[in-house]
Design a protein around this ligand. Structure first.
Ligand SMILES: [Zn+2]
Length: 221
């Protein structure tokens, strides 16, 4: 039960639900696709846990209490529904990157256009370079439901970039907050569309995070 004893506050559960619905409203997901999780520091015997969306529940029918709390070791701590099938992948990303506080997985169209072509998503828009921070690499297609896939996904994303594409499937975006992780997913999709269209017309100018002079106030954590 998500009483006051719950490791995940009502506010966190509501925020996850808000961004699930927002992912459909903004066209990043269809139907029950995608999933979202948030890190819960020190929530499981001194170690971290996460709260993640349940598997196979329509977003417009999802309730805050449907979210599942799982320790970083994979132990289900709270919840009556099954966690997202991509739980092992989320856990692997949280283990690799202590800075990551939230993960947003989407299956948006132009990310998938470039993913199906096996084309790395180079930054051609300012928002992409600010939020994702670098080129987003593509993992060749495979099922995304096991820890080994998660380890390799986290390794390919690396420590300095905030997203990775799973070929023929979708995007995993991370952030120091759920708000920022969601902005990464939006920025990468927008960038993927512009990159795809611009590449058909000529050679787009690619932005490199380390080479552009970002004013202090515009720098993101
Ligand atoms: Zn998926």
């Amino acid at each position: 039960m998500h009483t006051t004893a719950s490791r995940a506050t009502r506010q966190t559960r509501d925020e996850i639900l808000y961004y699930c619905l927002e992912s459909v409203r903004t066209g990043l997901n269809f139907n029950t696709q995608g999933n979202i999780s948030v890190r819960l520091p020190d929530a499981h015997d001194g170690a971290d846990a996460i709260v993640i969306t349940p598997s196979d529940v329509r977003y417009d029918a999802m309730r805050p209490e449907d979210m599942v709390v799982v320790g970083l070791d994979g132990t289900v701590l709270e919840g009556t529904l099954c966690p997202s099938t991509e739980l092992p992948v989320h856990l692997a990303h949280y283990r690799r990157r202590p800075d990551v506080q939230a993960i947003v997985h989407t299956e948006s169209t132009f990310v998938n256009v470039l993913g199906a072509l096996g084309r790395r998503i180079d930054p051609v828009l300012l928002n992409m370079v600010l939020y994702a921070k670098g080129p987003v690499e593509i993992m060749p297609f495979e099922f995304s439901t096991n820890a080994d896939f998660g380890r390799r996904s986290a390794e390919l994303m690396g420590d300095d970039v905030n997203a990775v594409v799973w070929g023929n499937h979708g995007l995993l975006a991370v952030g120091v907050s759920l708000k920022l992780a969601f902005k990464v997913a939006v920025a990468v999709e927008e960038n993927a569309e512009v990159l795809h269209r611009a590449s058909g017309a000529g050679v787009p100018n690619v932005l490199v995070y380390g080479e552009i002079d970002i004013p202090v106030g515009a720098r993101l954590p």
